[in-house]
Design a protein around this ligand. Structure first.
Ligand code: BEZ
Ligand code: FE
Length: 288
């Protein structure tokens, strides 16, 4: 009979992978077991803490629905999501940086003509977004698609509004022959990640706030180029320095210029003050 002590248990568990036929899975599980056991030894985990952790993870699972993914929120707030993104999409000077997808992406947003108002009837300060999608050499990419989504001016996404079944503040915009895009939406506000579940309890216990700085999401794609999941952040937004999901990138911060009522860049008459936000996205060629 073989029994194990608090040191030999780790190698014993790893040895049980001897017949594992997937080398990558074996590598990942070996490392996971090693780090998990080291963590338990490091903090000298008590039985009470162990059961609390099991209950917490059970709650995280029970909070997930087809509209809510509490495990991704856990990964986001522990910095794991952005770490995976950083490893798989390292920043390359001159290319647009990636950041978190978040839980509010809704596949299938309709394509809208250049200049469309994506946020018709949505609360918030009107904003004109414009810029170009370019290749690494600065050449225009024609027909690139920006799949755009944002919360309203109070930080609420359509999916979060009770009874709202329609897409709001979403749409796809395609660049013209010069790689230019322009559309209307609102100036996004900062907002909290969902705090009514176990991740919210965890954040409070850690003494952390739940806020993300104001941002608009987009996935920018074009045939032959790497698609990029990214945001534009509002330059003077609170929480730029303490994004609850660690997704803020300096290179994605944009100054929203306030304009007096008058003629907007798209020629429309604006009776109220509005903002303009300008940003060029540079894409990398996809690996052959
Ligand atoms: C978001 O930006 O929509 C988001 C990202 C991560 C967690 C919660 C919300
Ligand atoms: Fe968001």
């Amino acid at each position: 009979m073989t029994q194990f002590d608090e040191k030999s248990i780790t190698q014993a568990v790893i040895d049980r992978l001897a017949d594992c036929r997937d080398p990558r899975f074996k590598q990942v599980m070996t490392s996971l077991i090693t780090h998990l056991h080291d963590f338990v030894r490091d903090v000298k985990l008590t039985e009470r803490e162990w059961i609390t952790a099991i209950q917490f993870l059970t709650d995280v699972g029970k909070t997930c629905t087809d509209k809510r993914q509490e495990f991704i929120l856990l990964s986001d707030t522990l910095g794991v999501s952005i770490l995976v993104i950083s490893l798989n999409h390292p920043s390359v000077r001159g290319s647009v940086e990636s950041t978190v997808l978040g839980p509010y992406y809704w596949e299938g947003a309709p394509e809208r003509p250049l200049g469309s108002n994506l946020a018709e009837g949505v609360k918030g300060e009107p904003t004109f977004y414009s810029g170009r999608v370019l290749d690494a050499e600065g050449g225009p990419i024609r027909g690139a698609v920006l799949d755009i989504w944002s919360g309203d001016g109070e930080g609420n996404y359509d999916m979060q509004i009770p009874g709202e079944t329609e897409m709001r503040a979403r749409g796809k915009i395609r660049t013209d022959a010069e790689g230019r895009y322009w559309f209307r939406s609102i100036r996004p506000n900062y907002y909290p990640v969902p705090t009514d579940g176990p991740v919210g309890r965890m954040l409070r216990a850690m003494g952390r706030h739940p806020y993300r700085p104001g941002h608009i999401h987009m996935i920018v794609s074009a045939p032959g180029y790497e698609a990029v999941t990214t945001h534009l952040f509002v330059a003077d937004s609170p929480y730029l320095d303490s994004d609850a999901v660690f997704g803020m990138k300096d290179s994605l911060v944009v100054k929203f210029e306030r304009c007096a009522p008058g003629r907007a860049p798209t020629g429309e008459r604006m009776d109220n003050p509005y903002y303009t936000a300008q940003f060029d996205f540079r894409l990398r060629k996809a690996a052959a």
